[in-house]
Design a protein around this ligand. Structure first.
Ligand code: ADP
Ligand code: ZN
Length: 605
């Protein structure tokens, strides 16, 4: 058995390496540099932790996520790995203690913030220390185009200049090629071997529902599928974050707000509660999330449309890192299109940048309206290819019907044209349906137009869907100020009858929900298993709270699921489960065996 596999089994309690882990570890052990692109939850950490433990000297992990270092280190200590961190959040005594450990050579891994690493004093210390490797986590932070840019990251190129013989491994979950190239250039990783893992997250179920009453829809979704689970709800604005969190609280959920406008202490407190407790929902803007490594986030919900597929994929990727079933749920409607186009048009960015963002938004809208497998669409966007439909997205589970919309689209477009390209969707629908409750219609004499009342074959909500799809496809644009619709170049061939168009038939919210629910209920257990599951989780929480660490560093959900399924009754049996290494078996094995034992006496005689 190779030393790395032995370590994986003994310390981490895992049977096999996943994907490219072993190849990456061997490459680093042999002294090579690596650039690792792996989706969230893919298992990046082991790729530097194991080589750091096997090579002589200290492994240095550079990470921008100061708030999370403590948990990362706690998780390693639980495994019996000699790790520590140094950053500005720590007391002077704690930092001094770590310095002493370092001097005595008692550590295998040190997590450090980039600004600390780059101080002359620290670089000097490194020069006199045996270093096993440098791991640069969240390496996309060097990218000036990305939303996580950290100026100190650019200076990390000094590591290569000062320590040319120490292997470096840069890791990120950001997939696109531009970022990848930028990382290689800026960190001087020209000779690094690049490992790209597939980006699919098969355990995440992607769903998009048409916005109707988004809060109610959200509540229905979490009430019916996620009782007692942890999840994240993303909103576009701070105000909406606060309102949604408050409202969910009145509905019996422990929902906490998170956005950049809250006092730092409160933000950290909320994040901490999310990590440490079970069943907490965080309602957040995009400010929340980089590096959130809570493995059992069971759902990510979007109440507003993200600006790009990259952002959407990164945000939804925070669900289900543990590999167990998870939901990515989004409510989307015409209002989102208007709102995002508005933000784009009024942004300060230069023209070329705006065009790029426009392009990204269009791709996102295309994803919302797609009538084929969503996962195939997502992966294709990242140049990753999924040969067959996934069977685990709303379109696969509940296929979308399409219909020939050519004629109604002509009616809609000519109605926009004849009313002078300045009215919003509500007005246009009234004209199409031949209604005059909007008093402006008679005042403008639009009840005399040939398009007045020509659209009675569809109901108002169906017309809404037609206009939404036309806006998403860029056939019409929506005026930022007044919400008026205008035709684009793409409208012409449709109006002239030179081109046909197929439209998606929206599901009535109720029917699609019922159909999905039958297969989507993730709650793993029923009956007495469910009670055992709860008892095991309670034991875990108790052990975690006693040490002030997050529950998942004791055992992951997947390990508890295994306990319910396999019902080990000896320490040896328990030790065979995935995620139970020797140290954890030693510390917690008996406590969990007792829970199992008590349960079987009580319920199974
Ligand atoms: P990433 O940093 O890529 O998002 P992590 O390193 O946090 O992912 O790993 C994700 C999860 O998968 C963790 O819970 C980790 O313990 C688990 N994991 C990693 N490698 C393996 C493996 N070879 N076998 C089983 N579980 C693994
Ligand atoms: Zn699918």
């Amino acid at each position: 058995m190779s030393p790395e596999l032995e370590l994986l089994r003994k310390i981490f309690g895992y049977e096999q390496f996943r994907g490219e882990q072993q190849a990456i570890i061997e490459h680093i052990l042999a002294g090579g540099d690596a650039l690792v692109l792996m989706p969230t939850g893919g298992g990046k950490s082991l790729c530097y932790q194991i080589p750091a433990m096997l090579r002589g000297g200290l492994g240095i992990v550079v990470s921008p996520l100061i708030a999370l270092m403590q948990d990362q280190v706690s998780a390693l200590l639980q495994l019996g790995v000699r790790a520590a961190f140094l950053n500005s959040s720590q007391s002077t005594e704690d930092a001094r203690e770590v310095s002493q450990q370092l001097r005595r050579g008692e550590l295998d891994l040190l997590y450090v913030a980039p600004e600390r690493l780059l101080t002359p004093r620290f670089l000097e210390f490194l020069a006199n220390t045996q270093i096993a490797l440098f791991a640069i986590d969240e390496a996309h932070c060097v990218s000036q185009w990305g939303h996580d840019f950290r100026p100190e990251y650019v200076q990390l190129s000094v590591l290569h200049e000062r320590f040319p013989d120490v292997p470096r491994i840069a890791l990120t979950a950001t997939a696109d090629k531009t970022t990848r190239e930028e990382i290689a250039v800026r960190l001087g990783l020209g000779n690094a071997r690049i490992f790209v893992a597939g980006f699919d997250r098969p355990n995440i179920r992607y769903r998009v529902v048409q916005k109707d009453n988004p809060r109610r829809q959200l509540l229905q979704f979490i009430d019916s599928e996620h009782q007692g689970d942890s999840g994240i709800v993303y909103c576009l604005s701070r105000k909406r974050v606060e309102e949604t969190a408050e409202w969910l609280q009145t509905q019996g959920w422990t929902a906490l707000p998170y956005h950049a406008g809250l006092p730092t202490a409160l933000r950290q407190h909320n994040q901490m509660r999310f990590l440490r407790e079970e069943g907490i929902v965080i309602v957040a803007t995009i400010a929340f999330g980089m590096g959130i490594d809570k493995p059992n986030v069971r759902f990510v919900a979007h109440l507003d449309l993200p600006k790009s597929i990259e952002a959407y994929y990164q945000e939804t990727g925070r669900a289900g890192r543990d590999g167990l079933p998870a939901n990515a749920w989004m409510a989307y409607g015409l209002g989102d299109v208007v709102m995002l186009r508005k933000m784009l048009e009024t942004s300060e960015a230069d023209e070329s940048h705006k065009r790029l963002e426009q392009h990204k938004l269009n791709a996102m809208l295309g994803f919302c309206e797609v009538t084929t497998c969503r996962r195939q669409t997502l992966l294709a966007y990242f140049d990753d290819h999924l040969p067959a439909p996934c069977g685990n997205c709303d379109v696969c589970l509940d296929p979308v019907a399409t219909w020939d919309g050519t004629e109604v689209v002509q009616k809609a477009l000519s109605c926009i044209y004849r009313t002078g390209q300045r009215f919003g969707v509500g007005y246009l629908i009234e004209v199409l349906l031949g209604k005059t409750s909007d008093t402006r219609i008679e005042r403008n004499q639009h009840h005399l137009l040939s398009t007045f009342g020509i659209g009675t074959e569809l109901a108002a909500d169906q017309w809404q869907s037609v206009f939404r799809q036309l806006a998403a496809a860029g056939v019409v644009t929506i005026d930022v100020e007044g919400g008026g619709l205008r035709l684009t170049e793409k409208a012409r061939p449709l109006l002239r009858g030179e081109q046909t168009i197929r439209l998606r038939k929206d599901h009535k919210p109720s029917s699609s929900r019922q159909k999905l629910q039958r297969t989507a209920s993730h709650s793993p257990f029923e009956g007495s298993d469910k009670m055992l599951w709860a008892a095991l989780r309670a034991k875990r929480l108790e052990l975690a709270q006693a040490q002030n660490v997050p529950p998942y560093v004791i055992f992951h959900d997947s390990t508890l699921v295994d306990m319910v399924c396999y019902r080990p009754d000896t320490l040896e049996g328990l030790g065979k489960l995935s995620g139970v290494g020797i140290r954890k078996l030693d510390r917690y094995g008996q406590a969990f065996l007792n829970v199992l034992d008590e349960h079987s006496m009580r319920y199974e005689g």
